[in-house]
Design a protein around this ligand. Structure first.
Ligand code: SF4
Length: 229
């Protein structure tokens, strides 16, 4: 596991649970608005944390934390993700995985082996705009397969999209909602301009609040629970 960071406690990341957050290093997408460039651009990588130290930390937090979120970067790129999660679950923690959906095979295996308690799947754009949004060649059918696998799993789940005004229109977001029909929870994430993978995006605007609220109302006709954060 290449682990680029650890947040020792979060009250908000895992709905209803107190969790630690493990940040894996490395991502196969290059979303220009990404607010974790040090986990994506190899030139910005910091020395990795040792998985054993993370596991020792978690061992000492039994009874104090409910859960562990594994996020990135893109966690499904890590070769030893499955044994790492097995160890965390053996300690009694629930596990939430955040993924960009680029490796449906890994998601399918994790779900088949019942190693996940919650999945959050990033949907970056409607299928026809995927490549221009994530800035690398990507087969949108692969993302659609991840959506299908997560929906079928029936475990607690969330689909989510970062709303950057210059990249996604309201029509795009509604198109995404139609591509995830059956989802119970969809999060619209405000763009965080403080730190971005592409420095030019630091000056970008998030979607204005009134537009987000209007969008939420339209989306609620397709997905029962829509949150803005
Ligand atoms: S926002 Fe994009 S580039 Fe950044 S970690 Fe997520 S998928 Fe990777």
């Amino acid at each position: 596991m290449n682990i680029g960071g650890l947040q020792k406690v979060s009250l908000i990341d895992y709905p209803g649970k107190i969790s630690a957050i493990i940040f894996t290093q490395g991502c196969n997408f290059r979303c220009p608005y990404c607010h974790n460039p040090e986990l994506v651009d190899p030139k910005l990588y910091k020395p990795c944390l040792f998985p054993k130290d993370i596991l020792d930390f978690l061992d000492h937090r039994r009874g104090k934390l409910d859960a562990v979120t594994i996020t990135g970067g893109e966690p499904t790129l890590q070769d030893d993700l499955i044994p790492f999660i097995q160890k965390i679950r053996k300690m009694g923690f629930a596990v939430k995985l955040d993924s960009n959906g680029s490796h449906p095979d890994v998601l399918a295996r994790l779900l088949k082996e019942k190693l996940l308690d919650f999945v959050a799947l990033d949907i970056k754009a409607p299928q026809d705009k995927y490549r221009q949004t994530v800035k690398v060649p990507v087969d949108a059918a692969v993302i659609a397969e991840s959506v299908r696998i997560v929906l079928k799993s029936k475990i607690p789940q969330e689909f989510r999209t970062t709303v950057v005004k210059s990249m996604l229109t309201a029509k795009d977001i509604l198109a995404i909602a139609k591509e995830i029909v059956g989802a119970k929870r969809y999060a619209l994430q405000r763009f965080q301009p403080a730190q971005t993978l592409d420095p030019e995006f630091a000056g970008e605007n998030s979607c204005p609040e009134n537009e987000l609220l209007k969008l939420k109302k339209q989306l609620e006709k397709i997905v029962p629970l829509v949150v803005i954060r």
